[in-house]
Design a protein around this ligand. Structure first.
Ligand SMILES: NC(=O)C1=CN([C@@H]2O[C@H](COP(=O)(O)OP(=O)(O)OC[C@H]3O[C@@H](n4cnc5c(N)ncnc54)[C@H](O)[C@@H]3O)[C@@H](O)[C@H]2O)[C@@H](O)CC1
Ligand SMILES: [K+]
Length: 551
């Protein structure tokens, strides 16, 4: 499992390590600088072959300290290195100052300004190292640093991005929220929404590298070990940083094949059942997908197919009588039950074998639909609420009060705003604050009393207890094709199918999010929502054989 850290959490780990007396800050800084050089050579292998020219921009804190280490290590390899410093290097914190002094034995340092940068023939370097600000960035960047950063980002038409390596973060990026602080549109210069080719971070990824503007500005992400694992996993370093957030990644999917389907490695009922010989279809649950009326049944049919494909033993569509013919004509494997009203829904759900429900896709917003949502919620069964069900809950406090901890809400941004207007306002207000999507979804889950999955390229899932996971379709997991009509219905169906198999709400949501993106990656361009469930057999086969993610 990959933990993902806030800047404060990273500081607490470093502090615990240093306070233990087993490692010094200076050693950590040396390892960090070495990690950056290593990552540079991995990214640009030809740079190993002959010395090149580098420009290193060093800031006023320890991020700048890492920069001085990188400058020294490259000079040791006979590179031509120019160093600029922001602020008076004599005022650097102790470890950074030591490395500044070590660099002075090899070369000089110029005060950073756009003019000096351009005068240095800065357009001709092979590598630009952004070591201005990292986890200590506390306010929007301004002045000469901002001028140089925007110049590097392309304000004056030069394209530096392919040669920039950022240490911990493109400077100005908030490592908690993933926002470029002080900007309205998340770019350094109008029309230029990328910055670095590579960002090198230490020990664990940071939230801001996966959220909002982060992935675009970071370019690629390399995580370098600097020997902090012990303090991350145990003792003070751990105690100081609860609650935890995890990253749902390829690597965390398969290590233990007994739990093959769950990126969070939660025991899955089905495997035990298989070994015990109990492979009756009811062992894998019976999901109910509530359909909208005639002409609106496509969403529920997509969800039903996804729930079946992901492994639910049985799936029944609950269909208003006027839509029965339409649904019957288009389904084979899912079953269908005519459900004219909430009374009939309640009666259907007296069957305790119906153990997971999905309601909302294509449902409608009338009083009869609200009554259906009410009936479903009153059963207390694991339930995915999506689309119209979310809009109904947003405008009806009585429904909202019926939400329970077996519910998963799967809003997109617009639905999230309707459900949690105050939290959304904090999230979307452009300002210098570091309130992140992780903070927002945690707050929403606590307010709603159930699991919330806020969709997006950066999907965040949280429980009322503060458990949180990020699944971001970025970097090597980018899946732009997923933005297609009906894709949300598939996600709702996947989660319902996992709930039917006994996954807890949080694990079902996280696993569903991972599988959803994996299916899109597997299919590639040209994807329409109907293609997603059809990718599941191949994706599941690779998950179970341990090859997941290596598409
Ligand atoms: N603490 C440690 O032991 C280690 C830290 N490391 C490096 O140290 C970095 C964190 O160092 P720091 O905590 O010193 O923080 P930074 O170096 O990120 O920045 C802090 C400094 O920048 C100033 N500052 C913040 N925002 C500013 C702004 N917008 N404009 C102008 N000045 C601003 C602060 O007043 C402070 O002087 C990490 O990102 C990493 O690169 C690594 O060397 C690994 C070990
Ligand atoms: K930086």
């Amino acid at each position: 499992m990959t933990e993902i850290l806030t800047a404060a959490q990273m500081r607490s780990i470093e502090q615990a390590a240093i306070e233990s007396g087993e490692v010094t800050g200076l050693e950590l800084m040396e390892r960090a600088g070495r990690g950056v050089v290593e990552a540079v050579f991995e990214e640009w292998p030809s740079y190993r072959l002959s010395p090149r020219r580098a420009i290193v921009l060093c800031g006023p804190g320890n991020n700048g300290g890492d920069g001085y280490v990188v400058a020294r290590l490259l000079r040791d390899l006979h590179w031509d290195v120019t160093v600029f410093s922001l602020g008076d290097p004599e005022k650097l914190p102790p470890d950074a100052k030591t490395n500044y002094r070590r660099w002075l034995a090899l070369g000089d340092v110029q005060p950073l300004s756009e003019r000096a940068f351009r005068a240095a023939g800065a357009g001709y370097a092979d590598l630009y190292v952004d070591a201005l600000f990292g986890t200590g960035m506390s306010r929007p960047v301004s002045g000469e640093a901002w001028s140089v950063l925007t110049h590097l980002a392309g304000r004056n038409g030069d394209d530096y991005a392919p040669y920039i390596v950022a240490i911990d973060a493109p400077s100005g990026l908030c490592l908690d929220s993933g926002r470029l602080l002080g900007t309205a549109n998340g770019s350094y210069a109008h029309g230029h929404n990328r910055f670095a080719a590579l960002t090198v971070t230490f020990d664990s990824p940071k939230q801001g590298q996966f959220l909002a503007d982060g992935p675009g500005l970071c370019g690629k992400l390399a995580v370098k070990d600097i020997g902090l694992r012990k303090w991350r996993e145990t003792g003070a370093g751990r105690a100081m940083r609860l609650p935890q957030t995890v990253l749902v990644t390829d690597r965390s999917v398969v290590p233990d094949r007994r739990h093959a389907l769950s990126p969070l490695r939660v025991p899955v009922k089905s495997e035990r059942n298989i070994h015990a010989g109990h492979t009756h279809k009811f062992s894998f649950g019976h999901g109910v997908i509530v359909s909208g009326g005639a002409g609106r049944t496509g969403a529920a049919r997509l969800a039903a197919r996804s729930a079946l494909r992901v492994g639910a033993g049985l799936v029944s569509l609950a269909v208003p009588p006027d839509a029965a013919a339409e649904v019957a004509a288009q389904i084979t494997a899912p079953m269908m039950r005519a459900v004219p009203d909430a009374g009939a829904m309640a009666e259907m759900l007296t069957d305790a074998r119906l153990n997971a429900i999905c309601i909302g896709p294509g449902l409608g917003l009338g009083p009869n639909h609200a009554a259906l949502v009410e009936t479903v919620l009153k059963t207390g069964r694991p339930t995915v609420l999506d689309a119209d069900a979310l809009s109904l809950v947003a405008r009806d406090d009585q429904l909202r009060n019926l939400l329970h901890q077996n519910c998963v809400l799967t809003p997109h941004n617009g639905e999230f705003k309707r459900l949690f207007p105050e939290i959304e306002a904090r999230l979307s207000t452009p300002s210098a604050q570091s309130f992140s999507k992780v903070d927002a979804v945690r707050a929403a889950a606590a307010e709603a009393g159930c699991t919330v999955l806020l969709k997006g390229r950066d999907t965040v899932i949280a429980t009322p207890q503060g458990q949180c996971a990020i699944h971001a379709a970025v970097y090597e997991r980018a899946a732009p094709w997923l933005a297609t009509a009906g894709s949300g219905d598939v996600l709702a169906g996947l989660i319902a199918g996992l709930l039917a198999q006994g996954y807890a709400a949080f694990e079902a949501a996280a696993t569903g999010a991972w599988l959803h993106v994996e299916c899109a990656r597997q299919f590639g361009p040209g994807l329409i929502a109907e293609d997603l469930p059809e990718q599941l057999p191949g994706v599941l086969r690779r998950v179970i054989s341990g090859e997941a993610g290596r598409v």
